[in-house]
Write a protein that binds this ligand. Structure first.
Ligand code: DOR
Ligand code: ZN
Length: 402
């Protein structure tokens, strides 16, 4: 299996040049300004931007048990359409992913479709009961587990979180924290995020545990995390496209954490510029229209992430495409220990081809996801994903209607 990518503007975390890439048996074999091979498939990029495919540190594919919202196949197709070849899936399925059986179900199904690379999180507390950690001991022998999370809800008992961090540290697992204190959820969602962020940062300081703060959305939470990082805690900070793309005064939409104020968006962008933000996670959360009407929080996001981030960060705030590649590919790959995220020899041949000048109007009818729940409908952003390549195979290509 060979592929020759030609005439691409190649951009990753450190590079930006026009050239060619030769992929063999799934891996990058050669990178250069002039590569010529006989009798192999050629993918001509016609000068468009080619980046390492994106990796989503935070998505919900709803499989098993909630597959009317999404399933592994449609979630993966949506990921490819958005330029992603790797995702980290949250455990709030039905059943909750707390057992070897559920884990194996997801792994087998993703192998069967063989569309993208999927890492499935297991829950921190058994079946999200908020207290039981015994399943973690049972799963400690599973070498493929990289991260644990109760995302969807916070772990409210502080000592349970502390014990979970000890277990995570021992197993070199990442704790992915959905910071929301339930006692404040109905009272004040800003305090809910801030209190739990502060607590998790404090607990992380007690050990070398890898703590990944999901979808950080308030200026206070950003500050607490930066302080924790400065003090040497092993924390990574994730932001979402919707928390930089929307503000509450104009586009309030039900999601947890909620859409925040302009000052919060500015704080996130400032933190990116300071090098304090690590990854962009989409928090892709498909729901039906009926469920949204009844108040289910969340929005789909994996198909629109790049254009929103490119427009808001690169176009409007002078953040470089290299930096965006760091947040969407390089750092996520490092976090999840995937052989991806940069363009160099020996790395997986996973790429996204983008027309950065193309203006796109968000139209949920075109989504591959079952979920059409997006507040971005009708809005225009720059940057269109033209193709996604995984392991040297073109897995998605935009159909051009003339
Ligand atoms: O808005 C949200 N929806 N936030 C979460 O943390 C979970 C997600 C979901 O699963 O629907
Ligand atoms: Zn969450």
């Amino acid at each position: 299996m060979e592929l020759l990518i030609k005439n691409a503007r190649i951009i990753d975390v450190t590079q930006d040049f026009v050239g060619n890439i030769y992929i063999k048996n799934g891996f990058i074999e050669e990178i250069g300004k002039e590569i010529n091979k006989d009798n192999i498939e050629v993918f001509d990029c016609k000068g468009k931007v080619l980046m390492p495919a994106f990796i989503d540190t935070h998505a919900h594919f709803r499989d098993p048990g909630l597959t009317w919202k999404e399933d592994i196949e449609t979630g993966s197709l949506a990921a490819l359409k958005g330029g992603y070849t790797g995702v980290c899936l949250m455990a709030n399925t039905n059943p909750i992913c707390s057992s070897k059986e559920t884990l194996e179900y997801v792994r087998n199904k993703s192998k069967e479709f063989n569309l993208i690379d999927i890492h499935q999180c297991i829950s921190i507390t058994k079946n999200f009961d908020g207290i039981t950690l015994s399943h973690l001991e049972d799963l400690a022998t599973d070498n493929e587990i990289k991260a644990i999370s109760d995302d969807g809800v916070g772990v409210s008992n502080s000592n349970t979180m502390r014990e979970a961090m000890k277990i995570a540290e021992k197993n070199n697992w990442i704790i992915m924290s959905h910071a929301e204190s339930p006692e404040f959820s109905k009272v004040d969602m800003r305090i809910a995020e801030n209190m739990m962020t502060l607590r998790d940062v404090e607990l992380a300081k007690l050990s070398k545990v890898r703590l990944h703060m999901c979808h950080v959305s308030t200026k206070e939470a950003i500050k607490y995390i930066i302080d924790g990082k400065m003090e040497g805690a092993n924390i990574t900070l994730e932001i979402t496209p919707h928390h930089i793309g929307l503000t509450r005064d104009i586009n309030d939409y039900r999601v947890n954490p909620p859409i925040r104020e302009k000052e919060d968006v500015e704080a996130i962008i400032e933190a990116i510029k300071l090098g304090m933000v690590d990854t962009i996670g989409t928090d892709h959360a498909p729901h039906t229209a009926e469920e949204k009407q009844k108040g289910s929080p969340g929005m789909v996001g994996i198909e629109t992430a790049f254009s929103i981030c490119y427009t808001k960060l690169v176009k409007e705030n002078n953040i470089s495409l290299n930096k965006l590649s760091e947040l969407m590919s390089y750092n996520p790959a490092k976090l999840l220990d995937m052989n991806k995220g940069k363009i160099s020899v020996g790395i997986d041949g996973d790429f996204v081809l983008i027309d950065i000048d193309k203006k796109v109007k968000i139209n949920p009818k075109e989504f591959a996801s079952k979920g059409k729940n997006t507040p971005f409908e009708g809005m225009e952003f720059y940057g269109e994903v033209l193709a996604t390549i995984k392991g040297g195979k073109v897995k998605y290509q935009l159909k051009v209607n003339n």
